[in-house]
Design a binder for this molecule. Sequence first.
Ligand SMILES: N[C@@H](CCC[C@H](N)C(=O)O)C(=O)O
Length: 269
Amino acid sequence: MGMGVEFLKGHGTENDFVVLPDPDGVLDLTEARVRALCDRRRGLGADGVLRVVRPDMGPWFMDYRNADGSIVEMCGNGVRVFARYLVEAGLVPTGEFEIGTRAGRRQVVAHEDGTVTVDMGPARVTGASTASVRGAAFTGFAVDVGNPHLACVTDTPVAELDLDDAPGHDPAVFPRGVNVEFVNVLGDGALRMRVHERGVGETRSCGTGTVAAVAAWLHGTGQRTGKATVDVLGGQLSVVVEEETATLTGPAVLLARGELDQSWWDSLT
Ligand SMILES: N[C@@H](CCC[C@H](N)C(=O)O)C(=O)O
């Protein structure tokens, strides 16, 4: 290894991340550096950054950043990729362990087949609200999965939506912004979803978004618990919603590792 900053690249259902191992918490991860890393032309390209930190007390901590550099609470696909990194780096044994996030500790199970199950904590439906896409209104439910979501179950085929721009939302309901999901019901327990993520744009998957989608679908049909598969642009995730918590299962892939050029890193402040 040379002197550059170590990185890995990974994805969960094509929601992709740069992983930065930083056990001693010495990296100065500025907004400018996150933006440059995530840029698909002048950087490595990713939807977000996962910095891997070992606190003095407690489990390994996932310091998650959106591609625009914003620091937010939780990332369901990210936590699976983070878990895969910890296992492959030999920092935890395959099986069950905890990961710290800004939304609290999350129990994960890294399976032998490469998939990871995450206990996501409760998915709380907190009310109803409306998203707009090119003048069309979509009603949905506000769902708190540690981070904020507006999940809209709709008969409009999600493939037809133009999500290049952020959907409109009510800032009084979502003062810190929101991730917006559009959801089609394909059959009992089978959903299709597209998502526009706060701080990123449209992504090919959002783990917390799939949990919000299933919680909203169940809520709208008068059910408190249930399970569903959710087809996203980048694959399929499985979600189980229980009274007190929800679980998310899906793939987690690491595909590259290397080091960032130190002078490039230093040129960004
Ligand atoms: N892609 C993530 C969610 C990342 C955070 C989100 N953009 C936010 O700002 O809350 C996931 O898989 O959950």
